[in-house]
Design a protein around this ligand. Structure first.
Ligand SMILES: [Zn+2]
Length: 53
């Protein structure tokens, strides 16, 4: 039961992240600090969160 709930939570979280990070967009928004930056760097220039990969 607990494992099932975890799976559902992870799926929802994953979809939420994917909705924030559009790899085809010319501009990205960091899901952690909401900083906007041009696509290219795989790390948020503001907080250093790794994005992509
Ligand atoms: Zn950030």
């Amino acid at each position: 039961m607990q494992a099932h709930w975890d799976d559902q939570f992870e799926g929802a979280a994953r979809r939420a992240v994917q909705s924030v990070i559009d790899l085809d967009a010319p501009e990205r928004e960091c899901p952690a600090c909401a900083a906007r930056f041009a696509a290219g760097p795989t790390k948020c220039p503001d907080c250093g969160l790794f994005i992509g990969g």
